[in-house]
Design a protein. Structure first.
Length: 307
């Protein structure tokens, strides 16, 4: 699906650098209002969401990755959406929000497999929600099984269908119907990774140091508040981050900086959590937050020639 999205830009503007970069850049721009809405749901107000948006906009990884023709941009964009709507579900109980989370999980997984890691994080968040509701006697066994059935439809069945039918352009190019055994075999065969011997490629992409180090330090604040203060917002962001990070700890092949891209958006939200703590506990909090955002933008300007 990520390749199909890239091809839309090529169809509009031709097989040119602008054409194959257009879709990624467009989705990179779309991430900014999404992170603003997400931060506003988490923290309220306008200043903290605006600060989060500016930090993401001035991040090196976000800038570089969304301007090259790779599928990582779409994975990160849909990860943001699936977590945004899952947060909406656990805070309001809306089945519509849960359905949208599942649909965007399916779209994300059809774009890149790393979204399945994100899905594991959603599953943990969902399980914690179910346990909490059951303890509060707001969810009985009948309601639990109905909820499970709902999730099977929107997190298993529909994502599988999205993934399967995302190969239609590929099958059409080979004259294969999506309702044939040959099409099914083609989809299954494409799940096997392979690399040609003797080939090599590389590119440079890394986080803005302000986000990389500031975000890392903010995670310790989240760990403390999630464990000792039972803060659900901190726990939600922390689980989102760990769902992107932990699976890579077990990958034995060489890994790259851009694999950290999905983690970066949760670092932004982690910083937003700390900004929000400042808002409630420090008199001149806006000066501190403005200073951090200014540092992030300044570093972006300094590194721009290299980026």
């Amino acid at each position: 699906l990520g390749k199909i999205i890239i091809s839309i830009g090529i169809a509009l503007f031709g097989m040119t650098p602008f054409g194959w970069r257009f879709s990624g850049t467009f989705f990179g721009v779309l991430m900014l209002p999404v992170i603003y809405i997400f931060a506003k749901r988490l923290f309220g107000g306008k200043a903290v969401p605006a600060a989060c948006t500016l930090v993401l906009a001035s991040d090196f990884m976000h800038f570089v990755q969304t301007r090259i023709a790779t599928i990582d941009t779409y994975a990160v964009f849909f990860i943001l959406l699936m977590y945004l709507f899952m947060y909406g579900f656990i805070t309001t109980g809306s089945r519509r929000e849960l359905a949208l989370s599942g649909i965007f999980f399916g779209i994300g997984a059809a774009s890149k497999w790393t979204c399945i890691y994100a899905g594991a994080g959603l599953a943990v968040i969902w399980l914690i929600y179910v346990i909490r509701e059951a303890k509060a006697q707001r969810l009985d066994m009948k309601g639990f099984w109905k909820l499970c059935g709902f999730c099977v439809i929107f997190f298993v069945l529909i994502p599988c269908l999205i993934y399967y039918f995302a190969y239609i352009p590929y099958g059409t190019a080979h004259g294969i119907s999506p309702f044939s055994a040959e099409y099914l075999r083609m989809v299954l065969d494409n799940q096997i990774e392979y690399f040609d011997d003797g080939t090599h490629s590389s590119f440079g992409a890394f986080l803005n140091p302000a986000l990389c180090w500031g975000g890392l330090l903010s995670l310790f604040v989240l760990i403390y508040t999630a464990i000792f203060r039972r803060d659900r917002c901190a726990g939600f962001i922390l689980l989102g981050y760990l769902a992107q990070l932990i699976p890579w700890l077990f990958v034995t092949r060489i890994t790259f900086e851009y694999h950290y891209f999905p983690c970066s958006v949760f670092l932004v939200l982690s910083l937003g959590y700390c900004f929000n703590l400042m808002r409630h506990n420090l008199r001149h909090w806006k000066w501190y937050v403005s200073g951090f955002v200014t540092l992030s933008i300044t570093l972006f300007v300094m590194f721009y020639p290299a980026l």
